[in-house]
Structures are given as structure tokens and as C-alpha cells.
Design a protein around this ligand. Structure first.
Ligand code: ATP
Ligand code: ATP
Ligand code: CA
Length: 217
């Protein structure tokens, strides 16, 4: 069953969240105190209403407690972000996700009961920096402190070679989970499968082993 989402604050971040949730087939109620932002959001969300998220009665009137997830994407006004989160928590919203401006803001949000706190600018900065240092790592998921799944682009060094010839498990201690070639994806690669330049290897391993592999990729 699709979940019911509400997004409060339609800046660049909040509007992107609201739009994507809608595109993924979910019902989204978009809330902003600025009427212009509401007009902009109307074409791409299910409902958009003007309301002040620091006004408990206004949130109650919208039936906010019936939403599965509420995203608070109020940016600059840290006080409003904290107050809105507190009210949502008290009204019993099951899952509250809040965009934090900085580390301290994030700590306060967790203390008052936010379920998830996101730092979009900080996290994007980390991604961009990593990509600058390792341009052939397209994307990664951190599994634990020292372990990740990374998408590594194969260069000419790997072209025409099999996993066995590259001996990735033995030499790099990493496992290739999948090989993407254009629109095709091989989700159970075998030792004799051949890598082509431009293929994307989805690899799981220790971060330092993944770095060694991408240097050779
Ligand atoms: P982004 O970086 O995502 O563009 P931002 O961090 O610059 O956003 P702001 O533009 O300050 O964030 O705020 C995002 C939105 O939150 C604005 O559209 C603003 O009108 C709305 N907003 C601010 N305070 C409230 C409030 N109390 N209730 C509802 N919406 C609010
Ligand atoms: P292993 O003991 O490493 O599993 P194996 O004798 O079972 O090796 P194969 O599974 O046939 O042999 O694979 C031969 C070699 O090819 C492996 O040692 C490994 O280096 C490499 N290899 C095969 N499949 C993968 C994979 N999915 N990811 C990384 N390396 C692989
Ligand atoms: Ca094996």
C-alpha cells in the first residue's frame, strides 16, 4: 500500500523530496507558510496547503497525525524547524525526518524525538569530494565504518578479462556482486564472465581494498 507523506517546507530540498515521492507513486501533502511556494508545488504534488508548521492547531486541522511519514524541510529558521518537530512528535506522527542545518541542530532534533536527521549539504559535499578523488567510483553505500558497496567503472585495463583472470577476490579481497553493461545487468557473475571497458562493477569490500581495486580498474 502506498504510504502517506507530508513534506513541510518547499525550498530546494523539500520540493525535491515532495516531487520524487509523487513520481514514485505516493500521496504527498506539501505544506509551506509561503503561498507562492504552494502555487509552485500544486502541479507536482497531490495536495498543497499554506500553513505555519509552528502552529499546533493548524497541523491538527490538517490531520497530520494520520500521515505515515512527515519530512520537515524548513531550512534557515532553526527555531521553526525544532518547534515543528516537537509538535509533530507530540501529535504522534509515526516517522519524522528532519533536515538539519548543522551538527548542533541535528543533536537537538534527535533529543526531541526526530526519527531521522539528514544533512543534505554536508552529505553531498562528502559525495562530491569522494568523486573528485575517485572519479571511477560512481556511487557507494556505506555498510559499516570500513565496508562499502561501490560502483566501479572498468577501464581499458580490465577490458576483455574475466573475473578469474583479474582474480578480484584473491587479489583485492572484494566480491563482484553484479556487472552492468549498458542496460544489461548480470546479477550473478561467474568466474568466466568477461569485463568490457565501460562496464560498471558493483563491488562489496573493505574501503581500502575497494580503493586498491579502483586504482587498478
Ligand atoms: P533549501 O536549501 O532546501 O532551498 P533552505 O534551507 O534555504 O531550503 P528555507 O528557504 O529557509 O530553507 O525554507 C524552506 C521553506 O520552508 C521555505 O519555502 C519557507 O517558506 C518554509 N518555511 C519556513 N518556515 C516555515 C513554517 N514555520 N511553516 C511552514 N513552512 C515554513
Ligand atoms: P574462491 O575460493 O575465491 O571462491 P574458486 O576456486 O571457488 O575461488 P571460482 O569461483 O571459479 O574459483 O573463481 C575463480 C576466481 O575468480 C576467484 O578466486 C576470484 O578471484 C575470481 N572471482 C570469481 N567470481 C568472482 C566474483 N563474483 N567477485 C570477485 N572475484 C571473483
Ligand atoms: Ca568460488
Amino acid at each position: 500500500m502506498p504510504k502517506q507523506f507530508a513534506v513541510i517546507g518547499l525550498g530546494r530540498f523539500g520540493s525535491s523530496v515532495a516531487r520524487t515521492l509523487t513520481e514514485l507513486g505516493h500521496e504527498v501533502l506539501a505544506i509551506d507558510s509561503d503561498e507562492d511556494r504552494i502555487q509552485e508545488a500544486l502541479p507536482y504534488v497531490t495536495h498543497a496547503v499554506q500553513a505555519d508548521a509552528t502552529d499546533e492547531e493548524a497541523l491538527k486541522a490538517l490531520g497530520i497525525r494520520n500521515f505515515d511519514v512527515v519530512v520537515v524541510a524548513i531550512g534557515a529558521d532553526i527555531q521553526a524547524s525544532i518547534l515543528a518537530t516537537l509538535i509533530l512528535k507530540e501529535l504522534g506522527v509515526p516517522h519524522i525526518v528532519v533536515k538539519a542545518q548543522n551538527h548542533r541542530h541535528g543533536q537537538v532534533l534527535y533529543k526531541i524525538g526526530a526519527d531521522e536527521v539528514v544533512f543534505p549539504e554536508r552529505d553531498m559535499g562528502v559525495r562530491v569530494a569522494r568523486h573528485l578523488v575517485s572519479p571511477n567510483i560512481l556511487d557507494y553505500i556505506e555498510l559499516a565504518d570500513d565496508y562499502s558497496i561501490a560502483e566501479v567503472v572498468a577501464s581499458d585495463n580490465m577490458d576483455g578479462k574475466t573475473l578469474r583472470e583479474l582474480d578480484i577476490r584473491a587479489k583485492f579481497g572484494c566480491n563482484v556482486l553484479a556487472i552492468k553493461s549498458g542496460t544489461r545487468i548480470n546479477i550473478a557473475p561467474r568466474a568466466d564472465d568477461v569485463i568490457r571497458s565501460g562496464d560498471i562493477l558493483v563491488v562489496v569490500g573493505r574501503n581500502d581494498d575497494l580503493r586498491r581495486l579502483q586504482d587498478k580498474a
